[in-house]
Design a binder for this molecule. Structure first.
Ligand code: IDP
Ligand code: MG
Length: 171
């Protein structure tokens, strides 16, 4: 009896661990140049095709204050004023994507910060040239994924639903 209960508990714990791993979120954004260049669908398509789950998506024109908060760790950089100007030059598409290791994999899919260092096959490596016009943003750690999704969507405001394809994506 005790053994049965223990094995049921262990099975639930394993399921829990698996589920929480798949619950990782990354904040992915199509920047103003990506929107202007008609790359919104292309960027969404790559994340969808990979199997990640879209849990938040909105087009918006963020205020300078909002962008300064988003990029607060770069405040001291000489390119900061230019970055804020570029990022507020037009609407962006803000997205929250969910899935196993979505932060690390999302960064790999985006490519290096400087597109000239990005491998072909990555988003930046396929579609842009200058670091100050690198068309997309992706969270750089699990912690910043949570922070940025909360900042752009508000805490608890992403969609909660399961994908019918989930058992075809995760074993
Ligand atoms: P990331 O977007 O790959 O995470 P960060 O170092 O966080 O790169 O920089 C944020 C953004 O600031 C970059 O995506 C790029 O748009 C811009 N940026 C970074 N370095 C430079 C630079 O040296 N000159 C101009 N813009 C830069
Ligand atoms: Mg960054």
């Amino acid at each position: 009896m005790v053994a049965t209960l223990l094995s049921i508990f262990a099975a639930f714990s394993r399921a829990e661990v698996k589920m929480s791993g798949n619950d990782e979120v990354s904040f992915i954004m199509v920047k103003p140049d990506g929107v202007q260049r008609g790359l919104v669908g292309e960027i969404i398509k790559r994340f969808e095709n990979r199997g990640f789950q879209l849990v938040g998506c909105k087009m918006m024109s963020p205020s300078k204050e909002h962008l300064e908060k988003h990029y607060e760790d770069l405040k001291a950089k000489p390119f900061f004023p230019g970055l804020i100007k570029y990022m507020s030059s037009g609407p962006v598409v803000a997205m929250a994507w969910k899935g196993k290791q979505v932060v690390k994999t999302g960064r790999a899919m985006l490519g290096a910060t400087n597109p000239l260092d990005s491998n072909p096959g990555t988003i930046r490596g396929d579609f842009c040239i200058d670091v100050g016009r690198n068309i997309c943003h992706g969270s750089d750690s699990v912690e910043s994924g949570k922070r940025e999704v909360n900042l752009w969507f508000g805490e608890g405001n992403t969609e909660k639903y399961s994908l019918v394809s989930e058992s075809m994506i995760y074993e």
